[in-house]
Design a binder for this molecule. Sequence first.
Ligand SMILES: C[S@@+](CC[C@H](N)C(=O)[O-])C[C@H]1O[C@@H](n2cnc3c(N)ncnc32)[C@H](O)[C@@H]1O
Length: 295
Amino acid sequence: MNAQPVNPRGQTIAGLLADLRSQFEASQVAQPETDARILVCDLMGISLTDLILDGDRVVDEGGAKRILAAAHRRCLGEPVHRILGHRWFYGIDLHLSPATLEPRPDTETLVEAALPLAREVVGKKAICKILDLGTGSGAIALAILAEIQAAVAVVSDISGDALDAARKNARLNGLQDRFSTCRSNWFEAIDGRFDLIVSNPPYIRSADIAALSREVKEHDPLLALDGGPDGLDAYRAIAEGASRHLAEGGMVLLETGFDQHEDVIKIFRDAAFSCLSQLKDIGGNDRVLVFGKAG
Ligand SMILES: C[S@@+](CC[C@H](N)C(=O)[O-])C[C@H]1O[C@@H](n2cnc3c(N)ncnc32)[C@H](O)[C@@H]1O
């Protein structure tokens, strides 16, 4: 006897979407509508507009099977972009690996802050050298390279697997010629000086990790989250080494936790840096600091 077809009623796009939404609501997924739309659009290769205008289209059995399998994983707590294996970040598509943090929209604030500074450097020097510390998927450096043709980047991470993912992302986005990697514990193995040093380091207090959502603590690597007892270990290491690796007039741009600006500014002041600007993310939280050498 044949197995029961996955899509026996010839389910439509709108029907599948409604099905996913109710499965997600029942499983207490935080954003049932959004996640259902992302999964259906991505797995069918259609836009949000198609999703609305083509709601009556019948989904073939293979497509429905893939979508329902993905929905099952989402109900078990896997984040939607982990299921898809990639995520868009500032206009570039990034492959995700278990060794990389899933890049977040908050981090686009750091890219936004870096772009005008990088353009200014290119205006003066015809090139802008960028160092991205703790690069993960390569998100920050690759987003800048995609926008600024005259920028080159060295990216580093303590995780060799994260660097593999970053190299893959550079190739996928055609940016490999202006991109190189260096496995390093912050500045330890870094050579040379840079116009911009950028970093979104781990900044969660160790004791707060247990209280993070299941999506974060079970799917983002601990190495990407744990900032030590007070969440500030990485900032101390970066403040300590940055002067030796900044070009004349260079700047350091850092993502921080929403409640860390004051502490990070103090760490950098003690290392003879001045805070040049403080930026908030799209949710209105403190998120990015820009430093230059004092005096
Ligand atoms: C919060 S994640 C940021 C990833 C990526 N830059 C982003 O914004 O999506 C922090 C990254 O720092 C790396 N990291 C942790 N400790 C490190 C260390 N001691 N030296 C260098 N990188 C480190 C982690 O492996 C992780 O990729």
